[in-house]
Design a protein around this ligand. Structure first.
Ligand SMILES: [Zn+2]
Length: 207
């Protein structure tokens, strides 16, 4: 069964971190192979279908290159997860993320473009020249770079459910978003509070 991707981080780099997810209590990697990585980039609207199919063809011709690109994407993801979870307090984590972002930006050559989509929305895109795989992580690391430039780390949180690994940007006015998703983690917490309250009420009554 194909993994469905979740986009609830409100920032591209955080959605990318969330591809390392938890599904029914088991840690699952939505980037299980190179094709899944391309699928995610398409779902995130940073790669259009035509370009993705071109890269898929290239991956068939150069499977070792594709495998290396996937390993590289996971490495970027691990560094960005650390940035999301501890970047605000740990200077070394921030410095490491800056090095990683610059590593990705430094080895890719290509053309940056702004494109209008058929639905009227606009997207930034990056058309790599030369190594087709090298530029794939550019939009993701640029999104993380934006977070550092704009000072957004203060508003980056991990879900309040300790078992849930999801991270997100808290864009609420009062800065009180606690859950990755109100329909899953938020709802479970509400139900647990409700059960606790029922138990407490019963204790009060029986006293
Ligand atoms: Zn959660």
């Amino acid at each position: 069964m194909p993994h469905s991707f979740v986009f609830l981080g409100e920032r591209l780099w955080l959605d990318f971190v969330n591809t390392d997810d938890l599904h029914r209590g088991v840690r699952t990697d939505a980037l299980r192979d190179f094709d899944a990585l391309l699928g995610w980039l398409e779902a995130a609207s940073v790669l259009d279908a035509e370009r993705a199919s071109g890269i898929r063809r290239r991956a068939q011709q150069q499977p070792a290159g594709a495998t290396a690109a996937l390993a590289d994407a996971r490495r970027v993801r691990a560094v960005l997860r650390a940035l999301a979870e501890r970047g605000i307090t740990a200077n070394d984590v921030r410095q490491n993320a800056v090095r990683e972002i610059n590593r990705v930006l430094g080895r890719s050559a290509g053309i940056r473009r702004l494109e209008g989509r058929p639905d009227g929305e606009f997207v930034r895109s990056f058309v790599p020249v030369g190594d087709a795989f090298a530029g794939l992580m550019i939009p993701v690391v640029e999104s993380a770079a934006d977070a550092l430039v704009l000072g957004e780390l203060l508003r980056v949180r991990r879900c309040a459910d300790q078992r849930c690994p999801r991270v997100f940007f808290d864009g609420t006015k009062n800065g009180r978003r606690r859950w990755c998703d109100m329909t899953s983690c938020g709802n479970r917490a509400k139900a647990a509070r409700h059960r606790r309250k029922l138990t407490e009420d019963r204790l009060v009554v029986s006293r």
